[in-house]
Design a protein around this ligand. Sequence first.
Ligand code: TEU
Ligand code: CA
Length: 545
Amino acid sequence: MENIKQNNQKKWWKNIVVYQIYPRSFADSNGDGIGDLQGIISKLDYLEQLGIGAIWLSPVCKSPQDDNGYDISDYQDIDPMFGSLEDMERLIAEADKHQIRIIMDLVLNHSSDEHRWFQEAKKSRENPYHDYYIWRDGTEEVVPNDMKAAFGGSAWEWVPQIGQYYFHQFSVKQPDLNWENPKLRREIYDMINWWIEKGVKGFRLDVIDQIAKEPDRHITNNGPRLHEFLRELSKETFQRADLVTVGEAWGATTKLAKLYSNPDNSELSMVFQFEHICLDQIKGKEKWDLAPLPFIELKRVFARWQKELYGQGWNSLFWNNHDLPRIVSRWGNDEKYRVESAKMLAILLHGMQGTPYIYQGEELGMTNVKFKIDEYRDIETRNLYQERLEKGYAKEDIMRSIYAKSRDNARTPMQWNDEKYAGFTQGTPWIGVNPNYREINAANQIQDKESIFSCYQTLIRLRKEYPVFVDGEFELLAEKDPALFAYTRTNADAQVLVICNFFEKTIDCAIEPDRSMQLLVSNYNDEGQRKTLRPYEARIYYKLR
Ligand code: TEU
Ligand code: CA
């Protein structure tokens, strides 16, 4: 116990809340319709007011933008669309004045095909950069194997000039890097150290569980050398400074997560895993194959991660990111109870153990969109539509999946105010604005004590004020209750009780807070009945032990 306490106090990234910015959709400073670094700088006051401790910045490096920056052509330069290297240095310095650290997004599993390394690599088999990527012999007709890319089609692309295929787990313009090559690894470490010297305080590692792939054995994630590579990466870079590192790992189990985030700091600070967020799809199928959320299972999954990582690892807490639909539309209610359900979901998550992440607009209760098919910009959504049309799916069925799960749900411009284009740009935005911006926007919420924004502000503050939110042990209550999500967090000094009605129907609350407990936060403006929970009602109680 003592050890856990000390560990928690030492690590600054256990007490903060991280805010994810998707730069192209956050704030546009020059009217070209695309968000940029100056735009972010202009919103630092807003972020400080919210209370966040760090920004996870989705990729801003030089990129042909085939996958919105997750295809990097120069790791040591900023894409002109977002600004310059000087703007990035300014952002780091300005954010620091607001006590906000910058976490960069490192895409190390693959580069862009327009990266200098790949341009060289594809010239000949003898080229010194050839082995930075993964090549296999074949003929135009005979593909190395049947592996598929995440954005559709084969994972192998034929290069006629050299008579070889290269391997890509994502788009054709995202060739996979070959981590087996020590020279490549060294270049990556040098690049990371260069950013550390620029004052970056952390890194989010894109699909890090896929770097040790072995395509001949059909291995994509959790390859045999994965943790060896991670330990070397950490030793050569992150361990030199007091950084936060978060590994995106779709294939993480609790057991693997303890390796990634071992408190001995040999690999990363924390994992970012998706088990809870993949529950509303048909098992063994794709995310587009929709299924209702199994609520009891959701509780079980959260509880298992909370229990198993306690004292032995660290998790991220999130509902949203740039790849996921808006949580209030997904598992809340984006109509009559938008405000109540958005706050309930926030309260439920922020009471747990782990580092909470807020994705831009989540703090306002931003919702999903329903676009016409040509209004979607995301490569995954566009490819899916074509692929399913060709397979004979009905258009309405495909659109239903897209409305529910398209990544563009998260990528519409941030809604700042009720002016044209929600105050995001003076020009024409690169993607449509959600038509509900007149009602849902930051300007409406900042001063309003009962807004979703204010609720997030409170939750962030509580985490700083009450250590039990950081180090308390988790206990799930009323496991089998079909509507109530309830748990406690307990440390040597205090206990919190979180109770949430996950649904619209009013319920009798099976868990009653004892009289000595004081209400810290709730999503209704009166205390209500201790034993009844109104639609989506959520409360956090507290007592000293
Ligand atoms: O996402 C990893 C990933 O596996 C996604 O392709 C995921 O399966 C999909 O988004 C679910 O809809 C990361 C980034 O977060 C994503 O934006 C990138 O497109 C991807 O890696 C490739 O870099
Ligand atoms: Ca711009």
